[in-house]
Design a protein around this ligand. Structure first.
Ligand SMILES: NC(=O)c1ccc[n+]([C@@H]2O[C@H](COP(=O)([O-])OP(=O)(O)OC[C@H]3O[C@@H](n4cnc5c(N)ncnc54)[C@H](O)[C@@H]3O)[C@@H](O)[C@H]2O)c1
Length: 320
């Protein structure tokens, strides 16, 4: 990492997601300084005050509402600004609103010659990751979308619940779009090295196809179900943001399904989507060559195609 303060993070957008993520980051004390920015300055100030009042109960740090001048040396700039899905809306419905918000935010970041890593969270996250790469001109390793890290956590949670096993022992990925065309990679899923089907049978579960279909659908529907009940999803994604920040700051080289630019893998090019990748101090390091069966490959290409169609519409709002 270049000239950055490894103890400093910036959060652009302090709505449900940004404030929950700032709260999670404050509690784990990964950073000594958290800068909050929002177009609604009072919202950023209110969140900084509220979260800051927990500092005496956790340990000393700075959390404040700032301006873009404050983010120049931040090690990670998390962008959660933008509208969220309304009940019944897909993530892709948000595209025009949020691309135009990014057209305002990204130049503010590049103007300050920031050397940190941009973590894109706003939806549709794959489209906005692509847009951020194009608008920022940053090296691609320094632009990461939170991608399907949350969906993968939801998958592990569901499989863990279903098999009554610790979800941390579940090894499986959701790849592709963070959205309706995402793919659960069942062909390589395992529980601590035991192939999933074998483990299911050990637990007295035999109806593999049906169970996998139900779990994948539950994962895909999670955001819709939560939004219907409480208007927004934020705790799960806040933990996702915290985890990605930890992996970067501690140079963990963990494998996470973050959204990054594809360059011909599986015949997919010029689009950002999620594949298991090694993430560390330099951001994205390398994609892990996960093996996919024929159907998973086909669905991954379809997912990429869905995103490309949306990007074509974005061309009309000039992202190059
Ligand atoms: N990637 C994921 O896994 C994931 C999960 C949940 C939500 N999200 C997305 O995160 C985004 C935020 O969701 P939310 O529920 O916090 O929404 P929200 O409406 O509560 O918050 C958005 C915030 O962005 C601010 N904002 C708008 N324009 C801005 C600008 N130009 N500069 C700075 N701030 C600006 C708003 O004032 C508001 O405070 C949405 O796009 C949502 O879909 C992503």
């Amino acid at each position: 990492m270049g000239q950055v303060n490894l103890r400093k993070v910036a959060m652009i957008g302090c709505g449900y997601v940004g404030s929950a993520a700032a709260f999670a980051l404050m509690q784990n004390r990964l950073f000594a300084e958290i800068v909050l920015i929002d177009v609604d300055q009072e919202k950023a100030e209110g969140e900084a005050m509220d979260i800051g009042h927990g500092i005496p109960l956790v340990g000393n740090m700075k959390i404040y509402a700032g301006s873009y001048d404050d983010i120049a040396d931040a090690a990670i700039i998390v962008i959660t600004a933008g509208a969220g899905q309304k009940p019944g809306e897909t993530r892709l419905d948000l595209v025009h609103r949020n691309v135009s918000i990014y057209q305002k935010i990204i130049p503010e970041i590049t103007k300050r010659n920031c050397q940190g890593i941009l973590l894109v969270v706003s939806n549709p996250v794959d489209i906005l990751t692509y847009v951020t790469v194009k608008l920022s001109g940053f090296p691609e390793n320094r632009v990461i979308g939170s991608g399907t890290v949350l969906d993968t956590a939801r998958l592990k949670y569901q499989v863990g619940e279903h098999l009554a096993v610790d979800s941390k022992s579940v090894h499986a990925f959701i790849i592709g779009e963070h959205g309706d065309s995402e793919i659960a990679v069942w062909s390589s899923a395992n529980i601590s090295g035991v192939p999933l089907d074998d483990f299911c049978e050990m637990r007295g579960q035999w109806n593999h196809d049906k169970i996998q279909e139900n779990i994948a659908e539950t994962v895909k529907r999670s955001a819709y179900e939560i939004i219907e009940r409480k208007q927004a999803t934020y705790y799960g994604v806040a933990m996702t943001i915290k985890r990605i920040c930890e992996v970067i700051i501690r140079d963990e080289k963990s494998i996470l399904p973050v959204s990054t630019m594809m360059h011909g893998e599986f015949g997919i090019d010029d689009v950002a989507l999620s594949m298991p990748s090694i993430v560390g101090a330099d951001g994205f390091e390398v994609r892990v060559p996960i093996s996919l069966n024929e159907e998973e490959c086909k669905n991954l290409r379809k997912s990429a195609q869905t995103l490309k169609e949306i990007l074509k519409q974005c061309d009309q709002i000039a992202i190059e």
